[in-house]
Design a protein around this ligand. Structure first.
Ligand code: TRP
Length: 347
């Protein structure tokens, strides 16, 4: 694949054994299959290989949800529940609540001096997101979220950030800011690299390019099987196919794209052949998909039921992770202030 972003430092994974990675999500609601296919599944694998830090970015969530801060607590819990159910192991991964580490905000402020507004305005990811959300005016916080994301990465001295291609401009920006910091202040912050490995985005049930809670076209990991069945039934297929014997085009079918993301190779090939040759109806094809999704989510539901009975355990995991992360963050901020020669005294 050709990358348009200059200097995007993409890590060669084989060279990076036992390094630290940082990933995260905004807690704006429960996670869906798009999160699972796009990143969560990958993180479950990465945690065996890397020291993994996962940030629940509640301050970043405020950049788009500032009208409802009161929902953050519940959403943090739901996201953590989804992580743990999907196989994030708290012994291998450190889960962190962003707002409980004020050092991140401090570093964001220092970094904000090192970047001018124009590259943020022209950042393609910011532009697309603002357009998708219909923002005419951008808040200072929204425009600056890649800067705070840079602080998230730098404060924990992460080497690698697993991202999708659309997030590459943010990593490029992070490298630029860190480089400038290091040059100006003789700092020793780590210039992070992108670890491209995450799968492309899952399309929505309505055929929209992105599965997203805000578009109401998502299957949540926590949905019950009845509603998943109903959602799958409602999903957009090849509109030109009326009868099961009509020859279909799987490439424009939402259901087929989900088969590609979640089914075994055999079923994917069979589905493609049967659809193209009018040998399977969409109803049956959807039933097949439902079974696949059900067997993916069933083991997760077992974990979910356990943690829902033991909610305190979820919070304990979050607080323990945050506490561990805080030690690193306060060390980093001391080093940062020291290199800037503004460490007057530790009170
Ligand atoms: N931007 C990510 C999202 O939209 C969340 C996030 C916050 C993040 N800080 C990060 C991801 C640092 C990777 C690294 O969900």
């Amino acid at each position: 694949m050709e990358l348009k972003i200059e200097n995007a430092a993409i890590a060669d994974e084989s060279k990076f054994k036992y390094k630290r990675i940082l990933t995260g999500d905004r807690p704006t609601g429960p996670l869906h299959l798009g999160h699972y296919a796009g990143s969560l599944k990958n993180r479950v694998k990465l945690q065996d290989k890397y020291e993994t830090f996962i940030l629940i970015a509640d301050i970043q969530a405020l950049t788009t949800n500032f009208e409802h801060p009161e929902k953050l607590g519940e959403n943090i819990f739901l996201v953590a529940l989804d992580y743990l159910s999907a196989g994030i192991n708290p012994k291998l991964s450190t889960i962190i609540i962003q707002s409980m580490i004020p050092e991140i905000s401090e570093l964001t402020t220092f970094f904000s001096m090192l970047i001018s507004i124009n590259p943020l305005r022209h950042n393609p990811t910011i532009k697309t997101e603002a357009k998708e959300r219909g923002y005419k005016e951008l808040t200072y916080g929204f425009l600056g979220y890649p800067v705070s994301q840079t602080a998230d990465i730098a404060i924990f001295k992460a080497d690698l950030v697993p991202v999708g291609i659309d997030q590459l401009p943010h990593i490029e920006l992070a490298r630029k800011i860190v480089r400038k910091f290091n040059e100006l202040y003789c700092g020793k912050l780590i210039e992070p690299s992108a670890l491209i490995g995450e799968s492309p985005k899952l399309i929505g049930l309505d055929g929209n390019l992105k599965m997203s809670k805000s578009y109401g076209n998502a299957i949540n990991l926590s949905d019950d099987f009845d509603s998943i069945k109903t959602k799958i039934k409602s999903a957009l297929t090849d509109k030109n196919r009326i009868h099961p014997t009509d020859k279909g085009n799987p490439e424009i079918c939402t259901i087929y794209s989900y088969h590609k993301a979640f089914s075994e190779d055999g079923l994917i090939k069979e589905t493609e052949y049967n659809c193209k040759n009018g040998k399977i109806g969409c109803v049956k094809c959807k039933e097949n998909l439902f079974e696949v999704i059900k067997s993916l989510l069933e083991p997760m539901n077992e974990q979910r039921t356990y943690y829902l009975k033991n909610k305190d355990e979820v919070w304990d995991i979050l607080f323990a992770g945050t506490k561990k992360a805080k030690i690193i963050a306060s060390e980093t901020i001391k080093e940062v202030k020291n290199s800037m020669e503004i460490l007057y005294k530790t009170l």
